[in-house]
Unconditional design. Structure first.
Length: 291
């Protein structure tokens, strides 16, 4: 009879190895696994070169993942939605549904910032930073079919499987700066072009390492606990307590547990009807980090 303890421990060791240390990554290490199309201040245009990695089973490399885009402590952040992704309870979706059910136009407008939105996440090699290894590129689905995926698919149709390790193609992402009506600058993916067919790497060992890397997007993008989502849904700002090593919630209270005084938490309004805009249109890179 199989030993359940040995099986569980073997499974844990395997999963720990396959995560590539994802759960134990430092902030600096995690950032290096995150590919972003962002032009720094003062730069009007630029270019990034990226190679989409093939999947082990030949499935689509574009993983569909749902996030909420909400304001926490005055900043737009993306929060993993357990409802759309896992079929579990989603406090932010509950707020969305409740606001939509009132029939009031003002509530419907406010509800939009609680609606879960579909994103794509794809595993890539950043040609400008190959030493960082595999990275993950997250971008929003665009209902007008003017998004990043909509710029990539025509290349796929015309040139075939661009992820092929031996005969695939790098993508050349042309970036430019644009401005909102209020004058805020943001980065736009202007066009996506393709390079000539070429191996993923001329080094067979390097190619094998990249192709067989088992890290997944969930190792890089944090999933907040249900208590965190509940606090945001209530309009509170969850605060990380460095002594307790966890988030604390509440409104302007200081709690002593076992002689340890926690950090005082502060509440913040999650948003109001007049702030409902497309946050991704003008977000800066530090507002779209994977944690």
């Amino acid at each position: 009879m199989a030993n359940a303890l040995d099986a569980v421990l073997a499974q844990y060791e395997k999963n720990t190895e396959s995560r590539g240390g994802g759960d134990g990554m430092t902030q600096e290490q995690r950032l290096k696994k995150y590919f972003t199309t962002y032009l720094p201040k003062g730069t009007k245009s630029g270019q990034s070169r990226v190679r989409i990695l093939p999947t082990p089973d030949g499935s689509s490399p574009f993983k569909e993942v749902w996030f909420h885009e909400v304001q926490v402590d005055g900043r737009w952040v993306k929060l993993y939605d357990p409802g759309k992704n896992d079929g579990e309870r989603s406090p932010l979706t509950e707020v969305y549904e409740e606001l939509m059910s009132t029939g009031k136009e003002s509530d419907k407008k406010l509800a939009m910032q609680y609606r879960p939105r579909k994103f794509y996440i794809v595993k890539v090699i950043d040609r400008d930073n190959e030493e960082d290894g595999v990275k993950f590129w997250r971008f929003k689905d665009n209902y007008k079919q003017e998004g990043i995926l909509d710029k990539i698919i025509p290349i796929w149709r015309a040139k075939g499987d661009i992820t092929d390790a031996n005969e695939g193609r790098d993508l050349i992402v042309e970036l430019s700066k644009s401005k909102t009506n209020s004058g805020i600058e943001y980065t736009v993916v202007q066009t996506i072009m393709y390079d000539d067919p070429a191996p993923l790497s001329v080094d067979d060992t390097q190619m094998k390492e990249w192709v067989e890397d088992e890290m997944t997007w969930s190792d890089v993008y944090a999933q907040r606990p249900i208590e965190y989502l509940e606090a945001v849904a209530r309009g509170e700002t969850p605060v990380w307590d460095s002594e307790l090593k966890k988030f604390v919630y509440g409104d302007d209270t200081t709690e002593t547990i076992g002689g340890t005084t926690t950090t005082t938490t502060e509440t913040a309004t999650v948003g109001s009807a007049d702030t409902v805009k497309d946050p991704q249109a003008k977000m800066e890179v530090d507002e779209d980090l994977p944690f």
